[in-house]
Write a protein that binds this ligand. Structure first.
Ligand code: NDP
Length: 336
C-alpha cells in the first residue's frame, strides 16, 4: 500500500517538502470493518486549511498522518455483512491506495446511476455546496443577476447553471480564455477573465442593473470589483476565499473594514458564511433528486480534470490553488 503523509506544515504556498510518500503492507480490517482500494481521490481547496495548525471549523491533519480526502473506493475485503468485495463506496479514504473503515462510515454507490467519479464532484460535496449555498443563502429570483468566480470549478460551474435553472442571469468569472469559453458553452450569460487588465470595467459593463447575488469563492481582487456593484438587499453566500488560503499576513494598505461594514449597512446586504455540512439534514435529499434530474436531462453539465497516479497528487494540489486545474480535480489512484 502507498500513502502520502503530511511531513511538515507549509508557510505560505505548500511545496513537495510538506509531503512524504510511504509504502508498507496492506492494512487489515477487523470485525465490522472493510478494506478499500482507492479508485479516485478528490482534491479540494479545503485541504490547504487541514495542512495548517490554525484553528478552523475542522481539526488539522497531524504532522506524520495521512492527508485526508474524499475517495471513491472499491471493497477488497469485507468483515461486515452490509458490504461485499466488488462494491463501490464513497469514503473518506485519504491520500492513499488502500484504507480501512468501519462499514458504517462509508456509503455504497450505484455505478449504474451515474459515473462513479461524480460522487465526489457534481453529485457529491462540491455540487452540494453550490446547491445549498446558492438556494438557501443566495436565493436567486427570476431576472436577478448572479455572479460567481472560480466559475469553471465544480462549485462555481454548478452555481451558475443552477442560477440559470432558477431564471436568473449568470455571470461567471474565471482565469484564462479557455475557461471563459467553457463557461459560455455551458450556458453562462456572460463570462469574464479576472486576469484581464480591464477586469473591473469588464465586470461593470455586464452588470448594468447591478449584482443581486455574489457567490463568494475567491476573495481578493474579484471581491474588490464586485463590492461596489452590489444592489440593495444583495445576498453574498461566503463559501470560500481561495485567493487567500496561502496568505501569511494581512494584505498591505489601509484597513478597509469600516468601509465594508458601511456598505453592508447602507445597502442592507446579507453576507453569510457557511460550511456545507450544516445543510446536509435539510437539503441533501432535494439536492440528490434535483441534480440527478438536471444531469439526466442535460441542463447541468460538469467537467472533470483527472490526474493519473497517487504520486502526482501533491503537484496537482498545488495547481488547484493557482487555477491550473480545469474542472473537478481528481486523482486516479487505481483502475475502475
Ligand atoms: P476550484 O476547482 O474552482 O479551484 C479553485 C479555483 O479558484 C482555481 O481553479 C482558480 O480558478 C480560482 N482562483 C484561485 N486563486 C484565485 C484568485 N486569486 N482570484 C480569482 N480566482 C482564483 O475549487 P472548488 O470548486 O472545489 O471550490 C471553490 C471554492 O469553494 C473554494 O474557495 C473552496 O474552498 C470552497 N468550498 C467551500 C465549501 C464550504 O462548505 N464552504 C465546500 C467546498 C468548497 P481560475 O483559474 O478561474 O482563477
Amino acid at each position: 500500500a502507498t500513502r502520502i503523509l503530511l511531513a511538515s506544515r507549509p508557510h505560505g504556498e505548500p511545496t513537495s517538502e510538506n509531503f512524504e510518500v510511504q509504502t508498507g503492507p496492506l492494512p487489515e480490517p477487523a470485525e465490522g470493518e472493510v478494506l478499500l482500494r482507492t479508485i479516485y481521490l478528490s482534491l479540494d481547496p479545503y485541504m490547504r486549511g487541514r495542512m495548517s495548525a490554525a484553528k478552523s471549523y475542522a481539526a488539522p491533519v497531524e504532522v506524520g498522518a495521512v492527508m485526508e480526502g474524499g475517495t471513491v473506493s472499491e471493497v477488497v475485503e469485507s468483515r461486515d455483512p452490509s458490504l461485499a468485495p466488488g462494491d463501490f463506496v464513497l469514503a473518506y479514504g485519504g491520500w492513499q491506495s488502500h484504507s480501512v473503515h468501519s462499514a458504517g462510515q462509508v456509503r455504497k454507490l450505484d455505478p449504474s446511476r451515474a459515473p462513479l467519479s461524480t460522487a465526489v464532484g457534481v453529485l457529491g460535496m462540491p455540487g452540494f455546496t453550490a446547491y445549498a449555498g446558492l438556494l438557501e443563502i443566495g436565493r436567486p429570483q427570476p431576472g436577478e443577476t448572479v455572479v460567481v468566480a472560480a466559475a469553471a470549478g465544480p462549485v462555481g460551474s454548478a452555481v451558475g447553471q443552477i442560477a440559470r435553472l432558477k431564471g436568473a442571469r449568470a455571470i461567471g468569472i474565471a482565469g484564462g480564455p479557455d475557461k471563459v469559453a467553457f463557461l459560455r458553452e455551458i450556458g453562462f450569460d456572460e463570462a469574464l477573465d479576472h486576469r484581464s487588465p480591464t477586469f473591473k470595467d469588464d465586470l461593470a459593463a455586464v452588470v448594468p442593473d447591478g449584482i443581486d447575488v455574489y457567490f463568494e469563492n475567491v476573495g481578493g481582487h474579484v471581491w474588490d470589483a464586485v463590492l461596489p456593484r452590489l444592489n440593495t438587499y444583495a445576498r453574498v453566500p461566503v463559501c470560500g476565499l481561495v485567493a487567500h488560503y496561502n496568505d501569511t499576513e494581512l494584505p498591505p494598505g489601509p484597513d478597509r473594514s469600516s468601509r465594508l461594514m458601511q456598505t453592508i449597512l447602507t445597502k442592507s446586504l446579507t453576507v453569510r458564511g457557511f460550511i456545507q455540512t450544516e445543510f446536509v439534514k435539510t437539503h441533501y435529499k432535494d439536492f440528490q433528486r434535483d441534480v440527478a434530474q438536471w444531469i439526466a436531462d442535460g441542463s447541468l453539465q460538469y467537467k472533470e480534470d483527472v490526474v493519473e497516479g497517487l504520486e502526482n497528487a501533491p503537484e496537482a494540489f498545488f495547481g488547484l490553488l493557482k487555477g491550473k486545474s480545469f474542472g473537478k480535480l481528481l486523482v486516479r489512484v487505481g483502475d475502475d
